[in-house]
Design a binder for this molecule. Structure first.
Ligand SMILES: [Zn+2]
Length: 300
């Protein structure tokens, strides 16, 4: 992509707090330029702006710290669980940020959504522990299905990125075509806008936290994957185990699908086989037996 320097968008956001009126406006979904573009990219992207482009490689060095941002409880495990488990086992501090409360993740029209949100928070922490992560699980608590990449929520994401100071940020690809769920789209924009506003000190200076620039951005659920992180059966097992801790999601997301086997054990096995197949298919273009794939952007 090309990213013109200092390409700030028009100010189309009305600050809701008086002390925000002196700060640069941030449009949801906008792409921001920067006059400082470090040349640390390993890929063959353009010379200005973050590097991106076709196949950029396989396997980053294990980061010291990573932050994965998901729309709902279980998205991080689905899209990058094996990678996070491997990094955590190698010593990385892995934090998980979950944007919504997951309160609409049921087909039961009479469900107590407040109780469901509480349960999903507990499951999210258990799932992160099952991956072996030692960092924080940050629950932003926005209402499921109503996530918006607005200025206030961008500021919250930027705050956590500045506070947690990741080398690598992972999040939904906001530019994925033909995706239905609006929360995934919004979470993607919150991630990329959060990275930009966290790195430049004149965004949200009232936070009182030093700006932070991550080295790498890995967008999962990618429209055009250009990077793979290798998996193996050990990390696949961690991924599946963590996904199965989301028990309240077992009907809607995992294996009690319409037409799925009624027998629980058989259904769990079918789910595991499905995840194994997805990682195998993802790895094939990269010459890997198992992989999770991303659109990698470097040199932010
Ligand atoms: Zn989701």
């Amino acid at each position: 992509m090309t990213e013109p320097p200092n390409a700030l968008p028009a100010t189309d956001v009305n600050p809701t707090a008086a002390d925000e009126s002196t700060f640069p406006a941030v449009s949801a979904g906008a792409v921001f330029g920067s006059s400082t573009t470090p040349s640390t990219a390993a890929s063959t992207g353009p010379s200005t702006g973050p590097s991106t482009g076709p196949i950029s490689g396989v396997g980053l060095d294990v980061p010291g710290t990573a932050v994965a941002v998901g729309a709902h409880p279980d998205d991080v495990e689905f899209w990058c669980g094996a990678t996070l488990a491997r990094w955590a086992a190698a010593g990385a501090v892995v934090h998980v940020v979950i944007c919504t409360d997951g309160s609409k993740g049921t087909w039961d029209a009479h469900a107590d959504t407040a109780a469901l949100a509480e349960r999903r928070a507990i499951e999210a922490r258990a799932a992160a522990a099952r991956l072996g992560t030692t960092g924080e699980v940050v629950l932003l608590g926005n209402v499921d299905g109503e996530l918006v990449a607005d200025r206030a929520t961008t500021e919250r994401v930027a705050f956590h990125l500045r506070r947690l100071r990741p080398d690598v940020v992972l999040g939904h690809d906001p530019w994925k075509r033909y995706r239905l769920h609006p929360d995934h789209r919004a979470a993607g924009f919150l991630t990329v806008d959060g990275v930009v506003t966290a790195r430049d000190p004149h965004f949200f200076p009232q936070q009182g936290v030093a700006a932070h620039r991550p080295s790498e951005l890995l967008l999962f659920e990618a429209d055009e994957a250009n990077h793979a992180e290798p998996g193996d059966p050990q990390w696949l097992d961690h991924k599946i185990g963590s996904l199965l801790t989301h028990e309240s999601q077992l009907e809607t997301t995992h294996f009690y699908r319409v037409g799925a086997p009624a027998d629980r054990a058989a259904a769990r096995a079918a789910f595991a086989d499905d995840e194994r197949r997805k990682m195998a298919e993802a790895g094939r273009p990269f010459g890997l037996a198992l992989a999770e794939v991303f659109h990698r952007m470097s040199g932010m």
